[in-house]
Design a protein around this ligand. Structure first.
Ligand code: AMP
Length: 589
């Protein structure tokens, strides 16, 4: 046993980790037993995420406990107890019902981190509709594609984003979109067809709502993610996912009843939903939401002023804090902070060591992805951290390093420290249930009884997993997964562009920078002015989170004989690395 109690000298507060004996807990683990730690809908009417997250606490001792503390950009604060959050999400569920939005209808949200987003998410789940968050820094194209694939019936957004993201123009191509609910009131946007004022609808709605019977397998959440090629993929999750949200909060984030938790991820991405909304609430703890963007001093002030005890952030953020140095931290009293975790990209060993130096606490890396719905591999409070490792599988999760053979069979690599594809044994509650309308793409993720994650990893002799890289060409920039195809397609809409190849170029702070290589159509000449124009063009369409930051011109873009862009070769040349097997290369100067 390597665990030492975490004693906070200033508060005299000692916390015993929930997961003390990893081996034993893993051996005795059963999902059924975890399910029994939750309530289920009254009267045995099923399992609904929003009931577990809100209503069960609102109906009990935690009714007046602070559920959500919202910190506005301008320094304002809004608090919501479990009782209040329950009533507000009831109202929103009634709003949807009143609009004729029912079970399995998809309700999209496009907004910054504002309280209405959280109320809408929970109300949508109560109504049995499917909640689909969109990242507010997406441009019109990613928004249109996701709403179209998801056949969104409702879009909740703000007047500002409605205008800025040109939703008005998009609506022509979105026949399924029946209602736009606008937060914050905006006269011009409200004059649009089927536009409703959020506040007015909420004021008129009843604050009592009985969650209809919910089969645990009913769809609850739709999260879009990207592959190397093709359109964005809508990963579908069921209400049952809440069992995993709950237990990962308990084991991997070590939630205790008096915790004050801050997840810095945006609900536009899966971490910001699973852990920025659901998981902490299932534990009845206080969830801090900050509307503001990254700012080292602001963040330290939040940790101090909100007395944050458990903090879940991302490697890019940690590296940005590292850049600001340890000096600013000394001005703040962070004595309440007892557990730090990070996810989304490789957390370099230096960052783990820096965390120890800066906060007196290690940073616990953990691994998961949109498809897994919740944390799968983690460094736990009671286990020694191996800096640079993602940790060990969650109890209940079987993970392996495998090699898929050409004939479809899968060899499990038992020997330590050998690289292969990270695979998980299907069956955990938050596993995605499909890619919406893409049965074949879903099927391809599985082989010989394993879910293949698309990540390359190694396992050491003690069972710790080490991330090696992606098996495909998707890009991780500032923690956001970006499909190169989406970027290439947008660039090719510009009249000057003949071909585009997009790669992730390693960056010491944000992991990877999106870089595009572009060949021009006859009659166009490469110039700095055209480069600027293309950067601006892509940014307007894709939004700042997805658009390339760098563009280089090339006479042609390397392709295989079957016409696939060889991003691997573009990357190797960009980085001066060996070019590997070029036997499938068509022709390239
Ligand atoms: P997303 O589906 O957007 O959450 O992205 C999931 C992908 O992010 C994974 O498949 C990994 O490639 C990467 N990722 C997530 N967590 C980690 C981690 N702890 N270390 C390295 N890569 C990670």
């Amino acid at each position: 046993m390597t665990w030492r109690p975490i004693e906070k000298p200033k508060t005299g507060w000692t916390v015993v980790p929930n997961l003390l004996d990893y081996e034993r807990t893993s051996a005795e683990f059963s999902w059924e037993a975890v399910r029994r730690e939750l309530d289920g809908l009254p009267g045995g009417r099923g399992l609904n995420i929003a009931h577990e997250a809100v209503d069960r606490h609102a109906a009990g001792e935690r009714r007046s406990h602070l559920a959500l503390r919202w910190l506005g950009k301008q320094g304002e604060t809004r608090d919501f107890t479990y009782g209040e959050l329950s009533a507000l999400s009831n109202r929103f569920a009634n709003v949807l019902r009143g609009l004729g939005v029912g079970k399995s209808d998809r309700v999209f949200a496009l907004s910054g981190r504002i309280p209405e987003l959280y109320v809408a998410a929970l109300g949508t789940l109560k109504n049995g509709s499917v909640f689909c968050p969109l990242f507010s820094a997406f441009g019109p194209e990613p928004i249109q594609q996701r709403l179209a694939i998801g056949e969104g019936k409702v879009l909740i957004t703000t007047g500002l984003l409605y205008g800025r993201r040109k939703v008005k123009d998009l609506r022509r191509s979105l026949p399924h979109l029946k209602h736009v609910i606008l937060i914050g009131g905006d006269k011009a946007a409200l004059a649009e067809p089927a536009a409703h004022d959020f506040a007015a609808l909420m004021a008129a709605a009843d604050d009592r709502f009985e969650i209809p019977p919910t089969d645990p397998e009913e769809p609850a959440l739709l999260h879009f993610t990207s592959g190397t090629t093709g359109r964005p993929k809508g990963a579908m999750h069921a209400h049952q996912a809440v069992v995993a949200h709950y237990i990962t909060g308990k084991y991997a984030l070590d939630f205790h009843s008096e915790d004050i938790f801050w997840c810095t991820a945006d609900p536009g991405w899966v971490t910001g939903t699973s852990y920025g909304i659901v998981s902490p609430l299932t534990h009845g703890i206080t969830n801090v939401v900050d509307e503001g963007d990254f700012d080292a001093e602001r963040w330290y002030a939040i940790l101090q002023d909100q007395k944050v005890t458990v903090w879940y952030t991302a490697p890019t953020a940690v590296r940005m804090l590292m850049k600001a140095g340890t000096e600013p931290i000394r001005k703040y009293d962070l004595s309440r902070l007892r557990f730090i975790a990070s996810v989304g990209e490789p957390l370099n060993p230096e960052a783990v060591v820096w965390g120890q130096e800066a906060f007196g606490l290690p940073i616990h890396d953990n691994w998961w992805q949109t498809e897994t719905g919740g944390i799968m591999i983690a460094n736990y409070a009671a286990l020694d951290i191996r800096p640079g490792s993602m940790g060990k599988p969650l109890p209940g999760i079987e993970a392996a390093v495998v090699q898929k053979q050409k004939d479809g069979t899968v060899d499990v690599i038992h020997a330590p420290d050998i690289q292969g594809e990270l695979a998980l044994r299907p069956g955990w509650p938050s596993m995605f249930r499909g890619y919406l309308h893409e049965e074949e793409r879903y099927r391809k993720c599985f082989a010989a009884g394993w879910y293949l994650t698309g990540d390359l990893a190694k396992r050491d002799a003690d069972g710790y997993f080490w991330f090696v890289g992606r098996a495909d060409d998707v890009i991780k920039s500032a923690g956001h997964l970006i499909g190169p195809f989406e970027v290439e397609s947008a660039l090719m809409e510009h009249p000057a562009v003949a071909e585009a190849g997009v790669i992730g170029k390693p960056d010491p702070v944000i992991g990877e920078v999106v870089k595009a290589f572009v060949s021009l159509k006859a009659g166009y000449n490469a110039s700095e002015a055209l480069k600027k124009e293309l950067l601006g063009f892509a940014r307007t369409r894709l939004g700042p989170a997805v658009a390339p930051k760098e563009i280089d011109f090339r006479d042609s873009v390397p392709k295989t004989r079957s016409g696939k862009i060889m991003r691997r070769l573009l990357k190797a040349r960009e980085l001066g690395l060996p070019e590997g097997d070029l036997s499938t290369l068509e022709s390239y100067e």
